[in-house]
Write a protein that binds this ligand. Structure first.
Ligand code: IVH
Length: 664
């Protein structure tokens, strides 16, 4: 591929990927599959590697992270980023309304009411339509330049849909509840301390010097205001949100306007109830005067504007009793102390157990069996003990001690130096295997409907399965023997298992439970390697060369494929008809599809690596030796024995110029 073709393809792919990205992440309306998207992305990355000077400022490849930085630069905000004064009850909102009316000459006041997203305040600066800087709020005057981390947020446009000379927008970067729970689950299994709430997790991800950390977490952002702008005229806040939406930003859909504070209060009440149904956490509502000229008239104190207020929901904490503390064995062997609670309703559901994370936390909070405790849901999802109600202690409470052996297989536990976690080291511990099976069938993995923990337990105790491959050899007559398994449910279960054989390769890679390999990494690996066999054959170097695959992940993959039990499992999955490959992407022109090339001698215009990348990006393969199966031998200067062999075998020999023409 010559420079001109590369430049054209880079522009094409950049625009295409940015558009698909917008459809997927902002409009929530994908037009192509994830695999197709990943294929296009890999193609772009490969061409950019050959021509780094042609990379566009809005290249979607900047979303994957890149090498760690030494530190963050300090940036001054063009306009200070104020914070909001708080209202803790309905009366505070009525007082706010009175203050607003008192400060104005009269007439109606229209309020815009928004959700108060619990994340990290950020500022995004666009010049001539391109994102040039992303920063934290900091102290309001100066913040930190976290551009590279913010670029990993797919819903943040790298380029506006309409160019403006200058635009500075503000919003909230956040972690969805599900993602928060996933990160904490993975951290717990890796023996790392968990995040207290999605806000800390979002801040922790965005303030990492290594942007690959942010890239590996599905952060998102809602934008809610303009700091400075040239090129658009708006008179109201609601209108500015509409403008922002048109420019390509993600705006929260639950924005309403009211003329009466009582209606505002009703709307806040409504969300206090409904907030648990949202996929992200909100900690209140924000009420803003809509009219921008009235905003100016009201002005601001040094800390916060007088035209807006944050209505904070009361923290949802309830009291209950710790009936017992037991130990759960995770997929990677981590033993997690868990409190069995007197069931109570909190944050929208009934809770009967809560993770205590690790023994250090049990000690720190001094949680004992029989204690009255206050619980909440971290990130609105994970039940946790906040504190013990010491006044209610009777002296009958008992201290909990971590067992010296695994409660399931009785193997002696280990505590890894520097980790908070205690582990069961037995790879074939039935407790670990059970969790591995639950993971295998879960939604993001093989997604086998109707196969929850209860059924897995039934299958395990009936001796019908031991590992994931056994699922594919289950027979109707065996299942019919089980309790509560009628003809219909057996049929449904077997159908769901059958259907899972065709799941994406990425899901299977994730389902295997290879340490450090999450759902997203599964997708990257599937797009890169296209088959389990190729992934298995990949060495450390090849793996770490893949964007977002770090050395720890690479080592873990190599180690996985070294284990005979794992290879046997894969063989049995294959024999059962589980799909272990993925159609390679037909993206753009791929004139070299299925063709094998051998390079020999020195080329003038390309290094060997460049030529290889070009061949691969156009669908071809590069081999190091000539055989009858070779389609082309590219002969450069001083070509030697490979050229002779090609001529002897009658393989087509082409010159560098031919190659250049063929590759466009
Ligand atoms: S407006 C000058 N709107 O809440 C007004 N803030 O102190 C600027 N927040 O950390 C804030 N959702 O980032 C506004 N819809 C929303 C918001 C929101 C969350 C955050 C904001 C800041 C805090 C307010």
């Amino acid at each position: 591929m010559n420079r001109d073709t590369a430049a054209r393809r880079i522009t094409e792919l950049t625009e295409l990927l940015n558009e698909h990205n917008y459809n997927y992440y902002v409009l929530d309306n994908p037009k192509i599959s994830d695999t197709e998207y990943d294929g296009l992305m890999q193609e772009l990355i490969k061409i950019e590697e050959v021509y780094p000077d042609l990379v566009l400022p809005d290249s979607p490849s900047s979303r994957v992270g890149g090498a760690p930085a030494a530190g963050f630069e300090t940036v001054s905000h063009l306009v200070p980023m104020l914070s909001l004064s708080n209202a803790f009850g309905e009366q505070d909102l009525r007082d706010f309304d009175r203050r607003v009316r008192g400060g104005l000459a009269g007439g109606t006041v229209e309020y815009v009411v928004e959700l108060k997203i619990d994340g990290l305040a950020v500022s995004l600066l666009y010049e001539n339509g391109f994102l040039v800087r992303g920063a934290t709020r900091g102290d309001g005057e100066t913040g930190e330049d976290i551009s590279r981390n913010l670029k990993t947020i797919n819903s943040i446009p790298l380029r506006l849909r309409r160019p403006l000379e200058l635009l500075e927008v503000r919003g909230e970067a956040y972690l969805p509840k599900k993602e928060f729970a996933r990160i904490n689950r993975e951290r717990e299994e890796a023996g790392l301390p968990t995040f207290a709430n999605p806000r800390n997790a979002a801040a922790g991800s965005l303030r990492q010097l290594d942007p690959r950390v942010a890239a590996s977490r599905a952060l998102d952002a809602f934008l809610y205001g303009i700091g400075s702008v040239s090129g658009i005229n708006v008179t109201g806040h609601r209108q500015s949100l509409e403008e922002l939406q048109e420019l390509g930003f993600k705006i929260n859909p639950n924005v309403r306007a009211f003329n009466d504070i009582e209606q505002v209060i009703d709307y806040c009440r409504e969300w206090a109830e409904k907030r648990h149904d949202l996929p992200y956490e909100i900690d209140g509502m924000v009420v803003k005067v809509n009219d921008l000229s009235l905003q100016t008239e009201l002005g601001a104190t040094s800390k916060s504007p007088r035209w807006a207020v944050a209505y904070k929901f009361p923290a949802e904490e309830v009291e209950t009793v710790v009936k017992n503390i037991f130990v759960r064995v995770g997929r990677t062997g981590v033993l997690t102390p868990t409190a069995l609670l007197e069931p109570v309703r909190v944050a929208g559901s009934t809770v009967s157990s809560a993770t205590l994370h690790n023994i250090d936390i049990v000690r720190e909070k001094d949680i004992r069996i029989g204690d009255h405790v206050v619980i909440h849901k971290a990130g609105d999802v994970i039940p946790e003990v906040v504190r013990v109600v010491r006044d209610k202690r009777t002296g009958k409470e008992t201290e909990f001690h971590m067992p010296g052996e695994c409660p399931v297989c009785r193997t002696g536990v280990q505590r890894v130096e520097g980790e908070v976690a205690v582990r069961c080291p037995n790879e074939t511990c039935p407790g670990r295997e059970r969790e591995g099976l639950i993971h295998f069938v879960s939604r993001d993995a093989m997604d086998i409907e109707g196969l929850g923990p209860a059924v897995i337990d039934q299958l395990l105790s009936a001796g019908l399965i031991r590992d994931a491959a056994d699922l594919y050899y289950l027979k109707a007559e065996d299942l019919l023997e089980l309790e509560r398994m009628g003809r219909k449910s057996v049929e449904n279960l077997l159908n769901a298992i059958e259907k899972s054989k065709q799941k994406d390769l990425s899901q299977l890679i994730f389902a295997l439970g290879i340490r450090h390999i999450g759902a997203r990494t599964g997708k990257i690996l599937a797009a890169q390697f296209g088959s389990m066999a190729r992934l298995q054959a990949a060495g450390l170097d090849e793996l770490t060369a893949v964007p977002e695959i770090g050395p720890k992940m690479a080592e873990s993959i190599v180690a996985y494929f070294r284990e005979p039990v794992n290879l046997k499992l894969l063989d049995r999955l294959k024999a059962a008809g589980v799909k272990l490959t993925q159609e390679t992407q037909q993206t753009g022109e791929r004139p070299f599809d299925g063709k094998t090339f051998v390079l020999t001698g020195t080329m003038e215009k390309y290094t060997r690596k460049e030529a290889e990348t070009i061949i691969e990006s156009l669908g071809g393969k590069v081999s190091s030796s000539v055989s009858k199966k070779t389609d082309f031998v590219v002969a450069g200067k001083e070509a030697g024995s490979k050229l002779d062999k090609a001529l002897a075998l009658g393989v087509t020999v082409i010159s560098e110029t031919d190659f250049e023409e063929m590759s466009g």
